[in-house]
Design a protein. Structure first.
Lengths: 332, 295
């Protein structure tokens, strides 16, 4: 009996020791898997600069999951690949959490096929809509249903899962309604799964953030997208740096954000991290394959953070198509 | 006085033992109760007929369909492939180990075979995705990166030790006298193995098959990693499918809000899976009792 008691005591002691073994200050970030590579790169540099004084943890539970954690006070910062939605604004309000919205980069959504696919040279937004809208479910199953001269073979679709901001943005931009698409495709919150799927399947077509294309160039083929609108670019456009920053790659380029819990931002380590983030984002976003904002936008964002200006510049309406971030930041 | 203390101690120990025995029963009952409760809520909103007959499964999307058939088709397909791989290999290796191998070989090979069972299934999953699928694509260029064939084969490899080990135990337990009788009548080794030992150990062998199948039906990690995540009513092993277990993983990893119909789907799906594996285990139990040969 005594021995059992001793064991229990020992176990309790060891648990309390190990939980004290972590550094005392931690910045918790969670959210979009699209923003993850940027935040992770910043976190690495930041931890190096802090010489181990501060730890930054970065999760990938999707934009929706990230907001949920932020609004529950479980994280300090949410990574988001779209602006906050009304339901999430409501949730934060209920829990009394205020947040500061800061744009950190641009992203283009890449439409990709397998490199062995020799029939797709470009795709129009109309065709993408026909392929992905809810009405296509169980009906549009073959390539030649999209364009008659494409082969009479099954089409295997790969796309972001319903919890990701990428999904919300894609559906808003292509289908026209946020969160509405067909359901019979391979969906995953993990972009690497999608890359793997497209890279190994000749009949595949899918979408991810352009950064995931940049890192897997040899095993994927990028498809130029034609928005059918002559005023912003002519014909099919690729999501290159120039096209995205000049708003020519429409409607599939979008800004990415971090949302900082206002109360957390009073903590020195969070403050240092966010400032470090905005000062180094331009370089690091390019490094991980995203498209940096104009320098002016980062300055405006820094000012916004210094002023602790809360709320969303998008009015809390979720995804919006075709926005220029510096214009929005300047307005307020 | 000391007698009283001792009696009290006895009672305390007895109570503690009873409590720990009841503990696992309570847990099981609790799990089943939660499953039933959430499933009941689910079927308030979705008719059970739709659940069992609709051929599409898209509860997370705009146009919601709640037909479990595509998920069960995925499970059935991967399990079938696994069984086709595992039963011949498992049974023949069991026959070899029990009837042909010398004691020294047997004591070395049997534990080695059982090591297969010690490999974490997530390792099997990546093995299927990154090694077996690319290899199969050299033979079948039409094979998708995610498909039922490769995880099916790997799952088959995973359940070989279940089948071989349990079947071998059953065969080994067949009394020597039966074999000796058959030899005395001039049987060859093969005849003894296939006509005497296997029929005599049938109940154990069949039970091992069922256990292997039940393991394959419930297997999660391999199919979640390598089979894809697209519910599809098909028996084509070359295209991405989603199994019952992979769907549960997909939903529970995301952040589907609790209390919604999307969230309840995993309980409805979970209980269907539970019914199937429970049924299989009952069959295995019944087989063992019904066809047991007593010597």
């Amino acid at each position: 009996m005594k021995r059992i008691f001793l064991c229990v005591v020992l176990a309790l002691v060891s648990v309390s020791i190990t939980s004290n073994a972590y550094p005392a200050v931690t910045v918790k970030v969670d959210g979009s898997s699209t923003v993850y590579p940027i935040t992770e790169a910043v976190a690495e540099e930041f931890q190096g600069a802090e010489k181990g004084k501060t730890r930054v943890t970065v999760g990938i539970s999707g934009t929706g999951g990230g907001f949920k954690k932020l609004c529950n006070g479980e994280s300090d910062i949410a990574d988001a690949s779209r602006p906050i939605k009304p339901s999430e604004v409501e949730l934060c309000k209920k829990k009394g959490i205020e947040y500061i919205e800061l744009p950190v980069a641009y992203d283009g959504l890449a439409i990709m096929v397998n490199p062995k696919n020799n029939w797709v040279d470009h795709i129009t937004v109309k065709e993408l809509k026909k392929l992905w809208e809810p009405a296509a479910q169980g009906k549009i199953k073959k390539w030649n249903q999209i364009r008659p001269n494409w082969p009479n073979k099954e089409i295997h679709l790969f796309g972001a899962g319903v919890d990701s901001g990428t999904y919300d943005y894609f559906t808003e931009a292509i289908v026209g309604t946020e969160h509405a698409s067909r359901g019979d495709y391979t969906s995953s919150e993990d972009d690497n799964v999608l890359v793997q799927g497209i890279a190994t399947d000749v009949l595949a077509l899918g979408f991810t953030g352009v950064a995931y294309y940049e890192h897997n160039k040899e095993s994927l083929k990028l498809v130029p997208v034609d928005d059918g609108n002559v005023s912003n670019g002519r014909g099919p456009v690729l999501p290159t740096y120039e096209n995205v920053t000049k708003s020519l790659y429409q409607p599939l380029s979008r800004p990415l954000f971090i949302y900082v819990n206002k109360k957390s931002s009073e903590r020195p380590e969070v403050m240092r991290f966010v400032e470090f983030y905005l000062k180094n984002a331009a370089e690091l976003t390019r490094e991980v394959g995203y498209i940096s904002l104009p320098d002016r936008a980062y300055d405006l964002a820094l000012k916004r953070f210094a002023d602790r200006r809360t709320g969303s510049i998008f009015g809390g309406h979720g995804s919006q198509v075709g926005v220029k971030i510096e214009e929005l930041l300047q307005k307020k | 006085m000391s007698k009283q203390i001792r009696r009290l101690k006895e009672r305390l120990i007895e109570g503690a033992l009873l409590l720990s025995a009841l503990f696992s029963i309570f847990i099981t009952a609790g799990i089943i109760a939660v499953l039933f409760f959430e499933t009941f809520e689910f079927f308030k909103e979705v008719s059970i007929i739709e659940f069992l007959t609709d051929t599409q499964w898209t509860p997370l999307f705009a146009e919601k369909h709640f037909g479990i058939l595509p998920l069960f088709a995925g499970t059935l397909l991967t399990t079938l492939i696994a069984v086709i791989v595992a039963i011949p290999i498992g049974l023949t290796s069991a026959i070899y180990l029990s009837e042909y191998a010398s004691d020294r070989v047997r004591t070395a090979v049997k534990p080695a075979l059982e090591i297969l069972a010690a490999i974490p299934t997530v390792v099997y999953g990546y093995f299927a995705l990154l090694l077996v699928t690319p290899a199969l694509q050299m033979i079948f260029p039409d094979l998708s990166g995610f498909n039922a064939l490769s995880p099916g084969i790997v799952m088959g490899i995973m359940i070989i030790p279940i089948i071989s080990s349990l079947s071998e135990d059953a065969m080994h337990a067949v009394p020597m006298g039966l074999r000796e009788g058959a030899y005395a009548l001039g049987s060859t080794r093969l005849q003894v193995a296939t006509r005497v030992v296997v029929p005599a150990a049938f109940s154990g062998i069949a039970a091992s098959f069922i256990l292997g199948i039940s393991r394959a039906v419930g297997e999660t990690m391999i199919v979640a990693i390598a089979a894809g995540q697209q519910p599809r009513l098909t028996m084509n092993p070359f295209v991405p499918v989603e199994t019952v277990t992979a769907y549960i993983v997909q939903v529970s990893l995301g952040d589907t809000p609790t209390g919604t119909i999307e969230y309840r789907t995993i309980f409805a799906v979970g209980i269907s899976l539970f019914v199937v594996t429970f049924g299989l285990n009952m069959i295995s139990y019944w087989l063992r009792k019904r066809f047991r040969e007593e010597y």
